[in-house]
Design a protein around this ligand. Structure first.
Ligand SMILES: NC(=O)c1ccc[n+]([C@@H]2O[C@H](COP(=O)([O-])OP(=O)(O)OC[C@H]3O[C@@H](n4cnc5c(N)ncnc54)[C@H](OP(=O)(O)O)[C@@H]3O)[C@@H](O)[C@H]2O)c1
Length: 269
């Protein structure tokens, strides 16, 4: 090698090294896997909950689909078999140990959207004045009110660890005190009003952490819960869940603590 060529190389080598080093972080960023958000849905084996799994699954999200009796959740298991991002987990929201066990399993893992969907109306005959059935009322409260609050407390670290940080509660217009014209279904109505109140509180407490909370009425939807109602009066699960997800997508800390109707308007408390 001539002296002139060796001198040229002395210049070129550091320049090449500098170029490679500058390019390296960009190359690492491009190699990083894209962030995939995670949704956790309670009561995911049928009705609105199952439709949530279909729609979030189709979006490519990680889906934690929970059910009281996963072994019997045939349709849900079929969805999970066809989509590796859907995981089916046992969860009874009326059982504290069941909630704690699932939260322990997902400790340290992000949950972007927690959907408190599981709910019961309680037997209508148990909600007639003079024949009020107190154990039935307790079960409605345990499922619709205590369960969702316990879910938030147990999964708070996972929600905080996520990017989207959203808590969505499938509420009901039956919980709107301002809309009451006739008296009916004391247990169910009281439970949804109480759900709204506890979640409104949470919205205020969690806003400084960047966590947004919504209560959403899905409208009258064609599920087992509405068996016996004329189909013409009911919305499809597909339309209803698309509305719920659209409201969820737009949810921010700036709009936290609102009681939404499926149509995007606000409902009276
Ligand atoms: N359908 C409507 O018109 C309507 C209107 C307003 C609000 N909502 C609300 O929407 C939500 C879903 O209702 P839906 O219409 O889909 O009712 P649904 O078809 O009766 O389904 C209810 C779901 O909740 C689950 N669930 C009940 N108790 C549970 C518990 N202790 N732990 C875990 N899961 C439990 C059920 O599981 P199992 O199969 O194990 O019982 C089922 O998956 C409810 O919160 C309801 O109040 C519905």
């Amino acid at each position: 090698m001539t002296t002139a060529r060796a001198a040229r190389l002395l210049w070129v080598v550091p320049l090449l090294l500098a170029h490679l080093l500058a390019a390296a972080p960009a190359a690492r960023a491009a190699d990083e896997p894209a962030y995939v958000p995670t949704v956790l849905v309670t009561g995911a084996n049928r009705g609105i909950g199952l439709e949530y799994i279909r729609q979030y699954g189709a979006r490519g999200w990680n889906v934690i689909a929970t059910a009281r009796r996963p072994a019997e959740a045939t349709e849900l298991n079929a969805l999970a078999a066809a989509n590796p991002r859907i995981t089916v987990e046992p969860l009874d929201v009326s059982n504290y140990d069941s909630i704690d066990a699932l939260a322990r399993k997902y400790a340290g893992k992000p949950v972007d959207v927690l959907v408190n969907n599981a709910g019961i109306t309680g037997n209508a005959r148990a909600q007639v004045l003079g024949k009020l059935n107190w154990p039935e009322f307790e079960q409605v409260l345990q499922t619709n009110v205590i369960g969702p609050l316990k879910m938030v407390e147990a999964f708070l670290p996972s929600i905080e660890a996520s990017r989207q940080k959203k808590i969505v509660n499938v509420s009901s217009s039956e919980g709107s005190i301002g809309s009451v014209i006739q008296g009916r279904t004391y247990f169910y109505r009281a439970s949804k009003s109480a759900l709204n109140m506890e979640m409104k509180n949470l919205a205020a407490v969690l806003a400084p952490k960047g966590i947004a909370v919504a209560m959403i009425n899905p409208g009258p939807v064609d599920t087992d819960m509405m068996a016996g109602m004329p189909k013409s009066a009911l919305r499809t699960k597909e339309d209803s869940v698309a509305d719920l997800i659209r409201i969820t997508d737009r949810l921010t800390v700036g709009t936290t603590g609102v009681f939404w109707n499926w149509s995007g308007e606000q409902l009276p408390w």
